[in-house]
Design a protein around this ligand. Structure first.
Ligand SMILES: [Zn+2]
Length: 440
């Protein structure tokens, strides 16, 4: 496709008007300030009053939880999990999970996400559903067990992870057969949290991730009580220190929430190149607190952005998440530039791609993969278009997104999905939800 005469957010996160961008196959092959003529048979996209930017990488999600949207309102984390979420999830079949995944995929694509890092179960079925939608995803099973004698290799979540990792290596999801390089779907090793596992399990997960060369996705220090109870259980050690002692940080760790991590924790994360996955809406909605992200950035800790699941947010909209992240950091720390709009946008795009191990993604740069979105600037709330990045982060709405492209394929355009049947998916998710409510 040739994007003609379009404003772009370039690889330095500055806006450039009147540009020409060509994609061929899965890649961006040409970026030019000079006019480019279309190649024979090439589709031309008129960029008048539009801005082209990297699509969003939503780094912490539980996409099938779209089925639980609005269920269990008003409860703090532990009561929300134990009284509402876990009993509902025990009734989910793999078909329900596929329905919820497709519902979430529609929401994600329409609000500009090109890729997610997701933790749930029935992950092989989820991988197929997200691949069918045309999205990218790093998917893990949030492994948990309270049995001190539990062997990791006997857990279904571990078996599913190994099966998915093999399918990825075999090229099932578009990667190079043999290595899986460039695969749309990637298997991560998932550990649910310190409070849902034993020390033996954490150690086994650390070993297994190393053996399989997988990223580790885990919840860490989401609430003050989780953080303090971990210290009581583990000789004064915080979740980060305890998991580091178990060898987890010898792998590339992607740690969701980190609302309460200490300076020592930050040093450990920094030394190992770990990422904080910041989920401001979920942390506010469940009353968990505000992660001091500006301090993490100042201390050199990597940060990427996520929405968390739809039942603690209650949407999967990364535009809203960027807005929220900028607002709460500035308000909570009384600093009007605690995080710049460009830094927020980088967090939602390039940082997320790097956190997924996708080094050729998340930027508008020749040779990078064409994971791109278009925002329509011809809207009253985006005029004047004086500071485009500020407009994108603070003024734009997800409804302003008119195109979503993943690996050079248009997956969403002007309300229509290339590979998903909206009406049918909504019907089937409603049926799943009603059946489960009837069983509870
Ligand atoms: Zn989560």
């Amino acid at each position: 496709m040739l994007f003609k005469n379009i404003k772009i957010i370039d690889e330095n996160f500055t806006a450039k008007p009147h540009m020409y961008v060509r994609t061929e196959g899965a890649f961006i092959t040409r970026i030019s300030a000079e006019k480019l003529e279309p190649l024979e048979g090439e589709e031309v996209y008129d960029g008048k009053d539009k801005v082209l930017l990297p699509g969003f990488y939503n780094l912490h999600c539980h996409v099938p939880m779209t089925l639980l949207r609005g269920y269990g309102e008003g409860l703090p984390l532990q009561r929300w999990l134990n009284e509402k979420i876990f009993p509902f999830e025990a009734k989910l079949t793999p078909e329900d999970i596929v329905n919820g995944t497709k519902l979430g995929a529609m929401e994600l694509l329409a609000s500009g996400s090109v890729s997610i890092s997701d933790m749930y179960f029935s992950i092989n079925e989820m991988a197929d559903a997200l691949n069918e939608a045309g999205m990218k995803a790093n998917i893990c099973h949030g492994i948990s067990s309270f049995d001190p004698a539990q062997k990791l290799s006997e857990l279904q979540g571990y078996k599913d992870t190994i099966r998915l990792a093999k399918a990825v290596r075999d090229g099932v999801y578009g990667g190079e057969p043999g290595t899986g390089a460039g695969s749309r779907i990637i298997a991560d090793m998932g550990l649910h949290a310190e409070y849902t596992s034993t020390e033996g399990l954490v150690r086994q997960v650390a070993e297994a991730a190393k053996d399989e060369s997988l990223l580790v996705h885990v919840h860490i220090s989401e609430t003050a009580s989780e953080h303090e109870e971990c210290k009581e259980r583990h000789g004064g050690r915080t979740p980060v220190c305890y998991m580091a002692d178990c060898g987890l940080f010898e792998n590339p760790v992607r740690a969701a929430h980190c609302v309460y991590i200490t300076e020592e924790d930050q040093e450990i994360m920094k030394a190992h190149g770990a990422y904080v996955l910041h989920n401001p809406s979920s942390n506010l909605k469940l009353g968990s607190g505000i992660a001091p992200v500006a301090a993490y950035l100042a201390n050199g800790v990597n940060v990427a952005l996520g929405t968390d699941g739809a039942s603690s947010n209650n949407n999967l909209n990364m535009m809203e998440e960027m807005h929220m992240a900028a607002m709460i950091s500035r308000g909570a720390f009384k600093d009007a530039n605690a995080i710049s709009a460009a830094d927020i946008l980088r967090m939602a795009t390039r940082n997320g791609a790097l956190a997924q191990g996708r080094t050729d993604c998340g930027l508008i740069r020749e040779g990078c993969r064409a994971d791109l979105i278009v925002i329509d600037l011809d809207r009253p709330h985006l005029r004047p278009d004086y500071d485009t990045i500020a407009n994108v982060v603070f003024s734009a709405q997800s409804g302003d997104i008119c195109l979503n492209m993943v690996d050079g394929r248009v997956v969403y355009r002007d309300g229509e999905y290339a590979f998903l049947d909206k009406e049918r998916i909504i019907f089937e998710t409603e049926a799943s939800f009603r059946r489960i409510l009837g069983e509870l």
